[in-house]
Design a protein around this ligand. Structure first.
Ligand code: PLP
Length: 396
């Protein structure tokens, strides 16, 4: 008998799949240029030139057996040293290569952290709205996900709710800023309050509470925001980083975990992370892309396009009567749906060939996610459809 649990997981038709199928069908009927697909967070700007240059250089100059060979489970030590040195230079930390674990992107970084610390009954607090894959990862690790409801006025953290939720079963808090799906960046005040609260609770409970910071959008920021580096703010931090969005290489599967050297029981935790990766079946992150990541660390794809898309779409939506917190990062808008049921609102949007994601899976009802990482032409052409959708609800 096959696994019922996995059969169920594989059979579940996600809303993304429904939308994807709809988009394909409509494109065949009316032409792809008349379908406005805002459903996927797939970067739309090319990787910076240096990515391809460093790949070419490696292929021409380096030993091909080595480039394509296995590395240590945790990654090539030269790569890890270079990334640690870059982080130290940028954020004033004191990391060594030994604090860096190369992974196949943020998904793997998160999974490794979850499984490294979870014991049955442990609670992982996630702040809504959140990336839906957290649920799968926490469940798989044997933990329990506890949702801190969204503070929908600005999508910062509802500290009253967070404080109430922390108890002796709390193992970790997961944050994601800039956020998918809201695009909101946590302010310095939010980070100060968060780390202050966690320190206080650790002292009261006499146990570590880990902070897992999911940061694939760290560099996708549209204004000069003071974005504290969490390893400098709170000792029990693990930063889950990915090059998927910053370098526009999501299909290459490369990222890392930066472990604070001050983590409680550091050596045991790092060893558990190695065990967790083995258990999860991660052998090593792609060898060549480890080296590419080291060579291109700190480089960022042209995010000006995302900024222009955000401005154009945000201004238009507000003028049509949508309500939306202005995002300062990532490439998502998260306006309120114009009826209570976000799925019904998205279905109405599909009547105008607008492909939007309802917010329910993000742990925050009544909103829609618009991934504006698309060709600017798509935004321009889609505006009349957004207007017509708003008109259906007496706005627009
Ligand atoms: N975390 C968040 C918030 C994301 O939005 C994504 C991808 O969209 C991931 C993690 C996974 O990123 P990766 O492609 O590096 O696995």
């Amino acid at each position: 008998m096959i696994s019922k649990k996995m059969l169920e997981a594989g059979s579940r038709k996600s809303i993304i799949r429904v939308i994807y199928d709809f988009g394909k069908e409509r494109a065949a009927q009316i032409g792809a240029e008349n379908v406005y697909d805002f459903s996927l967070g797939n970067p739309s700007v090319p990787a910076p030139e240096i990515v391809h240059q460093s790949m070419k250089k490696m292929m021409e100059e380096e030993d091909s057996v080595e480039i394509h060979g296995y590395t240590h489970l945790q990654g090539d030590i030269n790569v890890r040293n270079k990334i640690a040195a870059d982080i130290n230079k940028k954020h004033g930390t004191s990391l060594t290569g030994g604090n860096i674990y190369m992974t196949t992107g943020a998904t793997a970084s998160l999974r490794i952290c979850f499984s490294a610390i979870a014991n049955p009954g442990d609670e992982f607090l996630v702040i809504a709205p959140f990336f839906p894959e957290y649920r799968v990862g926490i469940e798989q690790a044997g933990g329990t996900m506890v949702v801190i409801p969204a503070r929908t006025t600005d999508f910062q953290i509802d500290f009253e709710a967070l404080e109430k939720a922390i108890n002796p079963a709390t193992k970790a808090v997961i944050i994601n800023s800039p956020n998918n799906p809201s695009g909101v960046v946590y302010t310095r005040e939010t980070i100060d309050r968060l780390t202050g609260l966690l320190k206080k609770k650790q002292d009261e409970l006499g146990q570590p509470i880990y902070l897992i910071s999911d940061e694939p959008y760290r560099e996708i920021l549209f204004s000069k925001i003071d974005m504290p580096y969490l390893l400098n703010e709170y000792d029990n931090t693990m930063v889950c980083y990915s090059y998927s969005k910053s370098l526009s290489i999501p299909g290459e599967r490369i990222g890392y975990i930066a472990f604070s050297p001050k983590l409680t029981d550091y050596n045991e935790l790092f060893t558990a992370a190695c065990g967790s990766a083995r258990y999860l079946g991660f052998v090593n992150a792609p060898s060549m892309f480890q080296k590419v990541a080291a060579a291109c660390n700190g480089e960022v794809a042209n995010i000006e396009i995302y900024r222009k898309n955000r401005d154009l779409l945000y201004e238009a939506l507000i003028s049509y009567g949508y309500e939306c917190v202005k995002p300062e990062g990532a490439f998502y808008l998260f306006p309120k749906a114009m009826e209570e049921d976000a799925s019904a609102f998205c279905a109405k949007g599909r009547e105008f060939n607008l492909l939007l994601l309802p917010s329910d899976d993000f742990g925050c009802k009544g909103h829609v996610r618009i991934a504006y990482c698309v060709d600017p032409m798509v935004i321009e052409r889609s505006l009349p459809a957004f207007k017509k959708l708003a008109e259906c609800y007496g706005r627009g």
